[in-house]
Design a protein around this ligand. Structure first.
Ligand code: LLP
Length: 432
C-alpha cells in the first residue's frame, strides 16, 4: 500500500486544517500557540473530536450500551468528557475503576475486565456495586463467589469467552485465539456457566467476548459473534438464563488512511448475529473514540543529512512518550506545523527520538517535506494508547498534556520538573 501524503492525511482528518498564516490548526486552534505556551513535546486532545466520535457511535448503536475502554486514555479530563456524554466504562484495574468513578462515571455503567483481578480489586468492584464483572477463569469465579458470599451480596457476572477466532491484527494485540491468555475456552463455557448458576455468590448475567484491537475488517467479528449466538442458544436450551452480551471493543482507526469498517458496519454485524435473541448488548471501544482526538507535538532537535541514506530528524518526543511505533511497528502520520512545508516536494526521511535504543523511531522511510532543526511536527492519531503507555525511561519527564474545549486550550497536566523524577526515591542512610 502506498503511504498517504501529508496533504492526504490532513484532508482525511476533519479536526485538522492548515491555515496559510497560523499553520496547523486542531479544532480551529493554532498548535503553534500551544507550543509557545507549553513547549514540546506536548499531547493535545480535542474534546469536540471525542464528543463527535462518541455521538457517532451512539447513532450507530442506539440501543447498545457503550462502555469506553479506559485503558486507551484514562486522563480525568477525557473521562469527564465521556461521562458527560453518558458513556460507561470498561476498566481493568482498581486504578482505572477509581479514575472512572472520580471522573463521574456512575458505578452502574462500569464493567470490570481482565485476567488477573486481585481479591482487593474484586472486593472493590463488589463494594461499589458496578454493573458487571467479566470473569475470565473458573478460579476467578470461585474466588469471586466466596468474596461475595462473605460480603452477603451477589456478584453480577458475565463469563468472558475465548471464541478461538483470529482477529487478523498485530500479534501483540490479538486476544481471542486458541491459547491466548484471555477468556475461557469456548468449549468449557457450557459446564462452567451451569456451575456458576448454582453458586450462591454469583448473579449470572451473560457472556462477554473481546477478540483483539485494531480490527480492520468485520469478518473476525462475524466469526466470533456467530459462535457466541450459537452458545447463547445452547445455554438457553439447557434452561440457563442469559440476558446480557458484551461484544467487546477493537474497532480499527485508519491510521494510514486505509479502509476500515465504519461503526455502522460493526453494528450491523452485531445486529445480524444476535437478532431475535433479545439480549441487552454492550460494546467496549477505546481506540475508535479517542485515537483521532489526540496529537503529539514535537520539535526537531537535530537533522542529520551527511553520509545518511536519507535525512534523519531527531525529535524531542521519543519511545518513552509514545511507544506504539517502537512496540508494534505502528504507522502514525506526521504533519509539519508550518503552512509552507505542506505543499513542498516530498522525500523519504526517518524520524527518531533521542533515546539510546535502536527501536526509538517514530517513523521510518516516511515521505516528508524538507524539514530542519527547530521545525515543529505533529504526530497524528495518538489520543489512544499514547500518554497512558508513557514511561520516564532515560530520565525523561512525562510530556505536558493540553485539552482543547470550546475554543480554549487548558493545560490538563503540566510537564513535571526534572527533580520530580527522584522526589520519592530514598538512598539508604549509609550511602548518603
Ligand atoms: N475490551 C477489552 C477487554 C480490552 O482488552 C480492550 C483493549 C478493549 C476493550 C478496547 O479495545 P480497543 O477498542 O481500544 O481496540 N496498546 C495497544 C492496544 C491494546 C488493547 C488492549 N485491550 C495498542 O497501542 O495498539
Amino acid at each position: 500500500m502506498r503511504d498517504p501524503s501529508p496533504l492526504e492525511l490532513l484532508t482525511a482528518r476533519p479536526a485538522l486544517r492548515m491555515d496559510a498564516e497560523a499553520g496547523l490548526l486542531f479544532e480551529n486552534l493554532p498548535l503553534i500557540d500551544i507550543v509557545r505556551a507549553h513547549a514540546t513535546p506536548t499531547w493535545v486532545y480535542g474534546a469536540d473530536t471525542i464528543k463527535t466520535r462518541y455521538r457517532r457511535l451512539k447513532t450507530a448503536f442506539p440501543t447498545t450500551k457503550i462502555h469506553y475502554a479506559v485503558k486507551a486514555n484514562d486522563h480525568l479530563a477525557v473521562l469527564a468528557v465521556l461521562a458527560r456524554e453518558g458513556a460507561g466504562a470498561d476498566v481493568v484495574s482498581i486504578g482505572e475503576l477509581q479514575r472512572a468513578l472520580h471522573a463521574g462515571i456512575p458505578p452502574n455503567r462500569i464493567v470490570f475486565s481482565g485476567v488477573g483481578k486481585t481479591e482487593t480489586e474484586l472486593s472493590a468492584a463488589l463494594h461499589h456495586r458496578i454493573a458487571t464483572i467479566n470473569v475470565e477463569s473458573p478460579e476467578e469465579l470461585a474466588t469471586l463467589s466466596a468474596l461475595a458470599t462473605a460480603a452477603q451480596t451477589r456478584a453480577p457476572v458475565a463469563l468472558r469467552v475465548n471464541p478461538e477466532v483470529d482477529a487478523n491484527t498485530h500479534e501483540k494485540i490479538s486476544t481471542g485465539r486458541k491459547g491466548d491468555k484471555f477468556g475461557i475456552p469456548i468449549a468449557e463455557i457450557p459446564a462452567l456457566y451451569a456451575h456458576a448458576s448454582t453458586l450462591p455468590g454469583i448473579a449470572l448475567q451473560g457472556l462477554a467476548v473481546h477478540i483483539g484491537s485494531q480490527v480492520t475488517t468485520t469478518a473476525p467479528y462475524h466469526a466470533a459473534y456467530t459462535k457466541l449466538a450459537a452458545l447463547v442458544r445452547d445455554l438457553r436450551a439447557q434452561n440457563l438464563p442469559i440476558t446480557t452480551l458484551d461484544c467487546g471493543g477493537g474497532l480499527a482507526v485508519p491510521y494510514r488512511n486505509e479502509p476500515v469498517p465504519l461503526p455502522e458496519a460493526w453494528a450491523a454485524t452485531i445486529a445480524k448475529a444476535f437478532s431475535g435473541l433479545n439480549l441487552a448488548l454492550t460494546i467496549e471501544p477505546g481506540r475508535w473514540i479517542t485515537a483521532p482526538a489526540g496529537l503529539l507535538v514535537a520539535r526537531i532537535i537535530r537533522s542529520r543529512r551527511q553520509n545518511m541514506p536519507r535525512p534523519l530528524h531527531v525529535i524531542d518526543a521519543a519511545m518513552n512518550d509514545f511507544a506504539r511505533p517502537a512496540m508494534y511497528g505502528a504507522w502514525h502520520g506526521i504533519l509539519p506545523l508550518s503552512p509552507t512545508a505542506l505543499h513542498a516536494p516530498l522525500a523519504e526521511a526517518d524520524f527518531a527520538g533521542p533515546i539510546c535504543e535502536s527501536s526509538d523511531f517514530l517513523a521510518r522511510r516516511r515521505a516528508a517535506p524538507p524539514l530542519h532543526e527547530a521545525d515543529l511536527v505533529a504526530i497524528l492519531d495518538v489520543g489512544a494508547y499514547g500518554a497512558v503507555m508513557s514511561s520516564t525511561y532515560n530520565a525523561r519527564p512525562h510530556a505536558a498534556q493540553v485539552m482543547l474545549h470550546d475554543g480554549i486550550a487548558t493545560l490538563i497536566r503540566p510537564r513535571p520538573p526534572v527533580a520530580d523524577l527522584w522526589s520519592d526515591e530514598t538512598v539508604p542512610t549509609d550511602l548518603k
